[in-house]
Design a binder for this molecule. Structure first.
Ligand code: G1P
Length: 271
């Protein structure tokens, strides 16, 4: 059963400067709604009961956003505005499910995952990367279904232009399991075009086994001097852990770059 999710939120968001110089990128509105709320809605709709946010002291703003009770209560007392009351109820619903841990030095996604160890109770958990919005179909829900079917770890996958492989984690495929799912032999973090084992890229949704914490503890930093989750996944695969790449049906929106962020608002605005 997948009941817990983790969301790394300690990144500096330099690709979205100047918007992120004083503001957390995950709170930036996409068509009037903070990006993080799309991610929360996806995992709550997929049956997740508890969500661990990995933030940093520089990103306290995210915690404040979900803990602004007094502010709302004062306003609601003065103005009995239905829209504000509904927004407050929504924030309270999220707040009940969220826990916070800190990653004050940005040492990579693998290091962020390690910070959540004390909270993870079940054998498997879900991780969502907030830069990656997937709309129209709930990707987490489909991945949980695949996890149950194959009794395996699952990662979201999408075919990308061969020239862009060095932007992503890239899969080494083993065999096709059905229309949307592949068993994988490995994953390489941001390979060169020449060395890429395929053009199937990792998109930011992962169902990971709790076993990964043990691997992360002994992992050395690699590309960009960061501890990568992809390296820990590769070690688990070497130990014969089953990993499935799931080609999701929804539409992917890359909100981590300025161009992608602007485009996401346009696309969601037209829905
Ligand atoms: C991270 C992962 C990478 C994955 C990507 C998806 O990279 O390390 O394997 O393909 O997310 O968005 P980042 O976007 O942090 O550079």
């Amino acid at each position: 059963m997948i009941k817990q999710a983790i969301i790394p939120l300690a990144g500096l968001g330099t690709r979205l400067l100047p918007l992120t110089s004083v503001f957390a990128k995950e709170l930036l509105p996409i068509n009037g709604k903070p990006g993080i709320e799309y991610i929360l809605d996806e995992c709550i709709d997929a049956g997740i009961k508890e969500i661990v946010f990995i933030i940093s002291t520089k990103k306290q703003m995210i915690k404040k956003y979900f803990y602004s009770d007094k502010f709302y209560q004062n306003i609601i007392e003065k103005k009995k505005d239905k829209r504000i009351i509904d927004e407050y109820k929504k924030i309270l619903k999220y707040k009940k499910k969220i826990k916070f841990v800190y990653q004050n030095i940005p040492k990579g996604t693998g290091d962020a995952v390690l910070k959540t160890q004390k909270f993870i109770k079940n054998k498997y958990f879900l991780m969502l990367l907030p830069d990656d919005l997937i709309i129209k179909k709930n990707c987490s829900k489909a991945m949980i279904r695949a996890h149950k079917k194959y009794k395996a770890s699952v990662m979201a996958s999408m075919k990308v232009n061969k020239k862009t492989v060095s932007r992503w984690g890239i899969y080494k495929l083993n065999k096709k399991l059905n229309k949307t799912d592949y068993l994988i032999d490995g994953v390489v973090e941001k390979p060169s075009v020449k060395n890429a084992p395929s053009n199937n890229a990792v998109i930011g949704r992962y169902i990971l086994p709790r076993k990964i914490f043990k691997k992360l503890k002994s992992l050395k930093p690699s590309k960009g001097n960061e501890i990568h989750i992809t390296d820990a996944i590769q070690e688990l695969i070497n130990d014969k852990e089953k990993f499935v790449a799931h080609n999701f049906e929804g539409k992917y929106l890359d909100c981590g770059t300025m161009k992608g962020y602007i485009n996401s608002s346009k696309i969601i605005g037209k829905l």
